[in-house]
Design a protein around this ligand. Structure first.
Ligand SMILES: Cc1cc2nc3c(=O)[nH]c(=O)nc-3n(C[C@H](O)[C@H](O)[C@H](O)COP(=O)(O)OP(=O)(O)OC[C@H]3O[C@@H](n4cnc5c(N)ncnc54)[C@H](O)[C@@H]3O)c2cc1C
Length: 377
């Protein structure tokens, strides 16, 4: 004991470090605590797609938030490179959602009605442009503004930029509990104790216990995903291709990331042979020639899903200055910048768009849970 931080953030994934970056940049000093090295959980597993339009069927508050976050990457790309010399590899080549069944084509046409600026490419033209694609491809909806980044690099750059602006990081130290006394929190880690005025829970798929311990329902549904990477002899396309049950993301260094399986409730860390085999079968049914591609690597990660599919970003309903920023499921890379900015605005008491506040509110988790949290004011 002990320095008193303005904000202590539990979890050094992309969400925790984004919050830390935005807060430190405006003079609010944070410490990010991670039980291992930063970015080594869900963040390291992600393909990095900024899939604003693959993740939304129509306009609305969630779509707006996704769009805002994607757009923040433009400025961050430059700013993070200037501060840290790290290139987050923001791709400007767009994404295409491919239809291989008539019902998908119909769905994509109605998506185009919601987003008239997206463009439709018919199957023949798509197959001429991407000859490896089988005859099954009926066309694709092209999303010019969506792209992808390199998640590990984003996380590391946000971490270093927060340090540059005055933040702190404690790695290899698990937070084991916290208590609020008066106006501040005492946070216990395995080997030390720290005080902070605010606490933010950003511990990804491990966040569930903090909801339960503070008297809320636990909304977290850990959902395992497995991926692999290959290298093609020739590169035919630059945009990320999104299919109903897999995607392909071509990276700047020539790797193609193929993802991902989805196993709700599975928190295991291994990559299963069956999972990879299923994924390969899906890919090769549309790209038969890729059987000859060089196989590079495989890995897995656990997405922090939620029961209602919406992240929890906001203050605890009854414990002031305790915030949640978790449950980003398969969109945490896309949503990291807007989440960091939103938490910064909440903690510094800026005006928040009421539709965004309501969408992500932790108030929906009040009830049922049994509180073991000792609150002493
Ligand atoms: C296979 C796969 C592909 C994906 N692809 C994409 C994609 O293309 N685009 C996209 O937007 N998203 C994608 N995602 C989702 C994205 O990876 C996650 O939503 C995002 O990484 C969540 O970030 P986070 O910081 O909340 O969690 P994490 O990265 O899991 O970080 C949480 C951190 O909290 C730490 N922690 C936990 N408990 C404690 C404790 N008690 N004390 C201290 N530290 C603790 C952990 O060690 C961890 O480092 C993908 C995910 C997977 C698995």
């Amino acid at each position: 004991m002990n320095k008193v931080y303005d904000v202590l953030i539990i979890g050094g994934g992309i969400i925790g470090h984004s919050i830390s970056f935005f807060l430190n940049k405006c003079g609010v000093h944070t410490v990010v605590v991670d039980k291992q090295a930063s970015g080594n959980k869900a963040t390291q597993a992600a393909a990095g797609m900024l899939g604003v339009h693959t993740e939304n069927e129509k306009t609305g508050a969630y779509h707006k938030f996704c769009e805002k976050s994607r757009d923040l990457y433009g400025g961050l790309h430059k700013e993070l490179r200037e501060i840290t010399s790290i290139d987050i590899e923001l791709s400007k080549f767009g994404m295409a959602e491919v239809a291989v069944h008539p019902d998908e084509k119909k769905r994509l046409h109605s998506k185009k009605m919601s987003f008239p600026y997206l463009t439709w490419e018919e199957g023949q033209s798509l197959r001429e442009r991407i000859p490896a694609l089988s005859e099954n491809a009926l066309g694709a909806l092209f999303m010019q503004e969506d792209g992808h980044v390199e998640p590990r690099q984003v996380c590391e750059a946000l971490k270093r930029a927060a340090l540059y602006y005055g933040g702190d990081v404690l790695e290899d130290q698990a937070v084991i509990g916290f208590k609020k006394k008066g106006d501040s929190f005492t946070v216990n880690m395995e080997h030390s104790t720290v005080s902070a005025e605010h606490v933010v829970v950003a511990s990804g798929a491990d966040s569930g216990r903090w909801f339960k311990d503070t008297g809320l329902c636990n909304p977290i549904v850990p959902t395992k995903g497995e991926c692999f990477s290959i290298k093609m002899r020739e590169k035919f396309f630059n945009e990320a291709l999104f299919f109903r049950d897999f995607y392909v993301v071509p990276k700047a260094d020539g790797r193609c990331i193929v993802g991902a399986t989805s196993k709700a409730g599975d928190q295991s860390t291994d990559t299963s042979a069956g999972g990879l085999s299923d994924l390969m079968n899906r890919v090769f049914s549309h790209f038969p020639e890729w059987r000859e591609a060089a196989f590079l690597n495989f890995w897995s990660g656990v997405r922090p899903g939620t029961e209602d599919g919406v992240p929890v970003i906001g203050e605890h309903p009854s414990i002031s200055k305790l915030y949640f920023a978790t449950g980003h499921y398969r969109n945490g890379i896309l949503l990291a910048p807007a989440t960091g900015q939103l938490l910064k605005n909440m903690i510094t008491k800026k005006k928040i768009d009421p539709s965004i506040q309501a969408l992500f509110s932790a108030n929906r988790l009040v009830e049922r849970g049994e509180s073991t949290y000792e609150y002493s004011s």
